[in-house]
Write a protein that binds this ligand. Sequence first.
Ligand code: IPM
Ligand code: MN
Length: 351
Amino acid sequence: MKLNIALLAGDGIGPEVIDQAVKVSNAIATKFNHEISWTPALTGAAAIDDCGEPYPDSTHAVCEAADAVLFGAIGHPRFDNDPSAKVRPEQGLLKMRQKLGLFANVRPTFTFPSLIDKSPLKRERIEGTDLIILRELTGGVYFGERGRKDDGNTAFDTMTYKREEITRLAKKGFELAMTRGKKLCCVDKANVLESSRLWRETVQAMEKDYPEVEVSYEFVDAVAMRLVQWPKAYDVIITANLFGDILTDEASVISGSMGLMPSASVGEKTKLYEPIHGSYPQAAGKDIANPLATVLSAAMLFEDFGLTEEAALIRSVVNKSLAEGIVTEDLAEGGKAYKTSEVGDWLAKNI
Ligand code: IPM
Ligand code: MN
């Protein structure tokens, strides 16, 4: 297969972890006779420095023309510490999600056999966890009206949802549930928020189209608790943008590290694959960040193109690296900590 992949390394540790995913993907291409062409483009702080825009039109053109986008991370402390900054790297990520119509973010949570005992959660609670959080990605409070009033002394952000935005996300959720455990949980705050009541109403109306799917409705605060207590109770969770952002960071504890969790964003155009973690600026340039979330995001990419054997091989060498202790410092626990690039080299060699 020929694949043209847009490569958006972004900021912080982005370029380092992306490099490893490229190494691994190229090793896969060699082994299975595929041809991958990588087209790099700028996003985030790197793009702001280049042209004043965190997601320039030229980058969008590269993404639109590609078969898929592999994305690193976005964010730079120089903007975090300056609340008055007019242009922020994160705006690039949001603009990219919106312009590519990536309304659904697929964030799987699963465990790695060799890491289960390293989790702060008990083995019997987490072993066998296999859930997917389907986070709405182009609506809600991330994109609602926001601003200041009262001479800047009052600030507001609005959580707005249209029925059609909920329907298209929920449809993906139902369809995904049909391919798995046939359980769907709609996570909201319908006891307080009107937008959540529209979520419930919309999802309830869709239940009859998927009679085999067992649907439940839970409040997000309760799910924040249950997710780490009984993660095995969940199969597919559908939820609004902000709730999904928070719950997926929480869910990463089940797997063992933020540095392990991949994601795919899907919607109307080119799909995008990215780790759920941020740009971890403290580690930038030090060759210490965990590249596995990005490597596993590449596995999700291959899988979506029907290359299941390729994806399975990536996952199996990742498991092997964890079992053999070829890990970065976040997972080393006093043992030898390998460099980001060493982990990438090891994975590519083992493929
Ligand atoms: C994520 C990140 C982003 C988000 C940030 C960097 C804007 O936390 O992908 O989860 O909040 O969506
Ligand atoms: Mn997040």
